[in-house]
Design a protein around this ligand. Structure first.
Ligand code: ATP
Length: 266
């Protein structure tokens, strides 16, 4: 259903994404890992068309989505929702209105200007918040919520678009381990229960292993690993991160256990 062929993005002399290809033939949960600057965000941003590819092709269900413009691009961005590390909510706006923003691309400019939302959309937004366990916060301003709660609002906003694909760019990088787990559980659920494809850039190996069906490892713009979590051994991880023998898995972990074990060994 998703095919990426020879995709490249160049910024000046930097090949942020360098001629990558892969195919996904069914909705699954995919983790993308790699060191800072490996090209993970740029790849996701090209998928969502926030960034235009320098060359190469992205095909979804047989349709070429590379270089879409205008209404076609907006329609694609609705089918392919994106979640960011910093949540990207409107801080002073209440939670429900933030979730309703997920419908912006399909509403008229006038309706948007006057914040006119159909009541069925309002009910749908509250149902989604309820499903994610945060309906009690619906009337609060987004800025009054914890980081973990704000990320769940961002997930609710994404689901409001009813997307086929959910892209998550470091969704748990700003969260403590407990909230990170809640957010990852939610992402897994929207894959398992709704059948949506989820592609998440992750800083931490243990998260990729625990939650994903498939892991793609990037290094310097290229794909250097594409396999199952079981195949992601410490040796493979060392190659992906370009680390020497002192490479420590705990340094790429959000798990308190791993960090504490590492500290005890030091
Ligand atoms: N808009 C831009 N202009 C210039 N260079 C860019 C731009 N966006 C990304 N880059 C460069 O492209 C390369 C890949 O960046 P990218 O953000 O995709 O990596 P990443 O793996 O997501 O890293 P991180 O985990 O730190 O977010 C880096 O060298 C980065 O400096």
């Amino acid at each position: 259903m998703l095919k990426i062929e020879n995709l490249t993005k160049t910024f000046g002399s930097v090949n942020a994404v360098d001629n990558i290809s892969f195919t996904v033939d069914r909705p699954m949960m995919i983790g993308v890992i790699g060191a800072s600057g490996a090209g993970k965000s740029t790849m996701l941003r090209m998928l969502n068309q926030l960034e235009t590819a320098t060359s190469g092709k992205i095909t979804v269900e047989g349709r070429d989505i590379t270089g879409l413009k205008g209404a076609d691009k907006r329609r694609w961005q609705r089918d392919c929702a994106m979640i960011f590390q910093q949540f990207n909510l409107v801080p002073r706006m209440d939670v429900v209105s933030n979730v309703l923003h997920g419908t912006l691309n399909k509403r008229s400019t006038l309706a948007t200007m006057f914040n006119l939302y159909p009541s069925e959309d309002i009910h749908k937004a509250i149902d989604i918040l309820d499903r994610l366990g945060i309906a009690a916060h619906a009337a609060k301003r987004a800025e009054a919520l914890s980081g973990g709660q704000q990320q769940r609002v961002a997930i609710a906003r994404a689901i409001m678009q009813d997307p086929k694909i959910v892209l998550a760019d470091e969704p748990i990088a700003s969260l403590d381990p407990m909230n990170a787990q809640i957010v990852m559980d939610d992402l897994r659920r929207i894959h398992d229960e709704d059948g949506r494809m989820v592609i998440a850039n992750l800083h931490t190996l243990d998260t990729a292993r625990r939650y994903c069906d498939r892991v793609i490892g990037m290094r310097m713009g290229r794909i250097v690993f594409d396999g199952t979590p079981e195949q992601l051994t410490t040796g493979v991880a060392r190659d992906i991160y370009g680390a020497d023998a002192s490479f420590s898995e705990a340094a790429t972990s959000t798990s308190l256990d791993a960090l504490e074990r590492e500290a005890a060994l030091a």
